[in-house]
Each structure stands twice: as structure tokens, then as C-alpha cells.
Ligand binder design. Structure first.
Ligand code: CP
Ligand code: NVA
Length: 313
């Protein structure tokens, strides 16, 4: 498949910072094209004979199903590899695993805890490695989010996104993704839960090239004021279950509800990567309300990731 001047064949998707704005635009364009083809039953089986291994150290509904279905629709094959069932779970090194899997597969998707493990896998594998979520980042989610915003708003550059809640993996990838496409982003998080400073610096670096504004604040009203897009995520991510109670107290003023969204633009859209904890980070009236686009957002995981697979593998 040709993708204009952009050639991502053989590349890894570990962090969106590694991609130029034109490369992200090309992924989003192909995602829209593949969505159209899938809806109209037009064949787009560009990965016939190709196989994706999918390593999971953490639970998943959307990532697992969308990658598996995506590979199938592209004419390829995928293997679900639970980390507990791999020798990786018994101490075989990432380096050796990477070398061996390279001999069987055409690509690896991995969801794990330590971001460095994905970097190491990518370093030693001779095939593309795709980050399906780490404690630090969730780039595939943000490609689907950008596709969704583009569909609903017709543009990305110059919009204002407000992310309200924990400065977590989703927040980090949104910071970088927004900066890459020239979308302004204001993150509101309580002290002690602000995004990682190294990630904020990467986003600022990207923003310098696109004119995006990156603001990290404490007050949710300040972030949401005049926002075109409002995003939140769980207050306790996978691996932080033990902190659930304390986080519920700290984040209580950060719930997305009718009072908070009254400060946004009247045509704002609401995104959440899901799974949601209803009644915590988001009230039912918002996630089930007319501004919510979370189901389209979940669907776009399929289309955005198919674009990534078609271009990388
Ligand atoms: N949003 C997301 O990554 O969902 P899963 O954890 O279900 O894959
Ligand atoms: N921040 C959440 C995202 C889940 C898709 C987590 O890491 O659990």
C-alpha cells in the first residue's frame, strides 16, 4: 500500500514524540480511509500472510479486541500471548524474547507496566513493536482520540483540549499528541498527580514546532473554560488499585459533571478512553449525554490501529 511521501515501514510505535506531524497526519488519513472501506465492505487486506503477536501483562477489552479484529480485517493473523504463559513470565529476558519472536512474527504489540520494557523490546526486536499501553504512555489510544476529534470537529489545529484528572499514561500521550498536531491542551491535576515533567518537556518541544499551547494547572475550571474537547480518565490506573480510596478523595473536585462542563464551549465533545468509573471521574449525565463521543472513540481504536499496522508491518 502506498501512503504518499510518508513511509513508516519497519518503524516502532513506542511514543508519539518519535513521529513527525506529517507522519501522524498520514496515519489519521489512512485511518479514515480504512474506516470508510470497512463500512462499505471494500476489501483492504494489505497484510495477508502477516502475523502480529500481542503480549499482555495487564487486562484489556478494547486494545485486545481491536488489534485482533484489525489484523483479521487486514487479512493477517494475530496471537494473544498472556505474559503468564510465556517464558518471559518465568524470567527469560526481554532481549532473548525479542530475538526469538522476530524469527516468527511480523510485528509485536505489548501492554505492560514499565515503559522501559517496551523500549528494550523495540531495541532488540527486528520487527515493529507497538506500545499497547505502559504506565507512562498510551499512544494507540491517542491516535484514536485524534481521529475522533477530527471527525467531529473537522480540524485539530487551534482547538482547545482540557484534560482533567490524573497526570497518567493517557494524559501523557494526549500532551504529546496534541502538541504534535497543533491542538492547545490544558491539563488540570491536583498537586502530587501532575504529569511527568520529562513528558511535559517533550510536549513543549513538539508544541514549539506547531504553535500549540501547553498548560499544566491545578484548577479544573481554568482548564475547561472555553474547551472544545474535554477528556478524563480513571483516577486509579491498572497497578494502582491499592491507592483507590485515597485517590477518590484527592480527585473528587475533578469530576466531569454538568457544573464543570458549563464552562466549556457549548459544542464541546467529551472523550474517555474507557473503562470508565461512572460516578467517579465522570457523572452519568456526561458520559451518556449528547456531547459524549466515547463509543465512536472506542470504535476508532480499530481504525486507527489498522492504519498503524498497515503502515508499520
Ligand atoms: N482504552 C483501552 O485501552 O481499553 P482497554 O484497557 O480495554 O484495552
Ligand atoms: N490510565 C488507565 C487507562 C486504561 C485504558 C490505566 O492505565 O489503567
Amino acid at each position: 500500500m502506498g501512503f504518499g511521501k510518508v513511509d513508516l515501514r519497519g518503524r516502532d510505535l513506542v511514543c508519539l514524540h518519535d513521529f513527525a506531524p506529517a507522519e501522524i497526519a498520514a496515519i489519521l488519513e489512512l485511518a479514515g480511509d480504512l474506516k470508510e472501506k470497512q463500512k462499505n465492505n471494500i476489501s483492504h487486506a494489505s497484510l495477508q500472510g502477516k502475523t502480529l503477536g500481542m503480549i499482555f501483562y495487564k487486562s484489556s477489552t478494547r486494545t485486545r479486541v481491536s488489534f485482533e479484529v484489525g489484523m483479521y480485517q487486514l487479512g493477517g493473523y494475530s496471537l494473544f500471548l498472556n505474559s503468564n504463559d510465556l517464558q518471559l513470565g518465568r524470567g527469560e529476558t526481554i532481549q532473548d524474547t525479542a530475538r526469538v519472536l522476530t524469527r516468527y512474527l511480523d510485528g509485536i504489540m505489548i501492554r505492560t507496566f514499565e515503559h522501559e520494557e517496551v523500549e528494550e523490546l523495540a531495541r532488540y526486536a527486528g520487527i515493529p513493536v507497538i506500545n499497547g499501553l505502559t504506565d507512562l504512555q498510551h499512544p494507540c489510544q491517542i491516535l484514536a482520540d485524534l481521529q475522533t476529534i477530527l471527525e467531529k470537529k473537522g480540524r485539530l489545529k487551534g482547538l482547545k483540549m482540557a484534560y482533567v484528572g490524573d497526570g497518567n499514561n493517557v494524559c501523557h500521550s494526549l500532551l504529546i499528541g496534541s502538541a504534535k498536531v497543533g491542538m492547545n491542551i490544558a491539563v488540570a491535576a491536583p498537586d502530587g498527580y501532575k504529569p511527568d515533567e520529562m513528558i511535559v518537556r517533550l510536549a513543549q518541544d513538539d508544541a514549539a514546532g506547531t504553535g500549540a499551547q501547553v498548560d499544566i494547572v491545578t484548577d479544573p475550571v481554568e482548564a475547561v473554560t472555553d474547551a472544545d474537547v474535554i477528556v478524563t480518565d480513571v483516577w486509579a490506573s491498572m497497578g494502582q488499585e491499592i491507592e483507590q480510596a485515597i485517590r477518590a478523595r484527592v480527585f473528587a473536585p475533578y469530576q466531569i459533571n454538568s457544573t464543570l462542563v458549563s464552562h466549556a464551549r457549548p459544542d464541546y465533545i467529551f472523550l474517555h478512553c474507557l473503562p470508565a468509573h461512572r460516578g467517579q471521574e465522570v457523572a452519568d449525565e456526561i458520559i451518556d449525554g449528547p456531547h459524549s463521543v466515547v463509543w465512536d472513540e472506542a470504535e476508532n481504536r480499530l481504525h486507527a490501529q489498522k492504519a498503524v499496522l498497515a503502515m508499520l508491518l
